[in-house]
Design a protein around this ligand. Sequence first.
Ligand code: F6P
Length: 381
Amino acid sequence: MTKYIGILTSGGDSPGLNAALRGVGKAAIGHYGMHMIGFRDGFRGLMENRTAPLDGGQLSGILTTGGTILGTSREKPHRMPVGGKMLDMTDAIVGNYRDNHLDCLVCLGGGGTLKNALRLKQKGLNIITLPKTIDNDVFGTDITFGFDTALGIATEAIDRLHSTAHSHHRIIVVEIMGHRAGWLALGAGIAGGADVILIPEIPYNVEIVAEAIRERARGGKSFSIVAVAEGAISVQELDHLRQGKEAKAAGKKVAKDKKVRKADSKMDDSEADAAELLYADRTLNLAKRLELLTGLDARVTILGHLQRGGAPSAADRILATRLGTAAADLIDQECYGVMVAALGESTQAVKLEDAAGKVKTVPADHPWILSARRVGTNFGD
Ligand code: F6P
């Protein structure tokens, strides 16, 4: 029996999404003789039954392109803004899955997508997910596609910042994406030779960072590069948050912000809480403190969405192709309810229940951290 599969991309875009769509599609259609349709803009498009044909030439010429030809969104099936209200649209999604006579829905996404996929699995749908995100924080897979490309972009940025920091005898604080996990800041920091790397997993002490910079200056190096992950937090700030002091002071504002964010349907409670830690000006404050504590001039560079844009690296193209074709193999075997994880050079089907709701953070004793410490990188601890 010919199988019908649907596919969508969800969450923040990531280089390699198109390569993965192509990998799934070429294997599913060309090799297995299945039919495949795309849904536009993540779960929103599935809810609205906005489809995109993918069985013609649409899969050609996209291996090397950035973004996603299907479009994406962060919308969740169980809480979607419809007509000014937040509604549970899961039944509509299940209905469209059935109306399209799908045998399987393939969802390309990160942690949020995994949770949504699990909910749909629990509603009886056959689901397979592929792990993408530049953050590399999906639990259960060695690596996610998008990470390698972003790592290259962030590393090149640090390389470039080095020469200007050196010329002006400045501190440059470079903010790198990653609000829950510091893989990208850590990797780019090591590859770019950052003097200080600050990640969410290791709360930092700004005095220790300042002393490391002063020590470099005493040794004749009057410039420093500080690679800071979006979600990095100081010990002091963490303590404040833990004690609830800030929450109290910010009381009403926090509640209001959360309301707005939730109305936006972009975050659930825990994500909204996590986002409270992401003060937009945290990196600026860090630079200011370092200026005061070291007497050196400091500047901030926020790499932002540059890290997600453009063509995927060769490694991401290969990874996305491997995972995509493995997904088609699993559909052929009717192995559903899983994420296609990278395991060394191989792939592995990981049950959605085993990966959803978990974050792969950087372990304190990870070899990358140990090596960075050996070459004298400061982590602010
Ligand atoms: O999840 C990937 C990611 O790029 C994070 O690193 C970053 O914090 C977030 O998305 C930004 O999201 P948005 O593009 O929705 O602002």
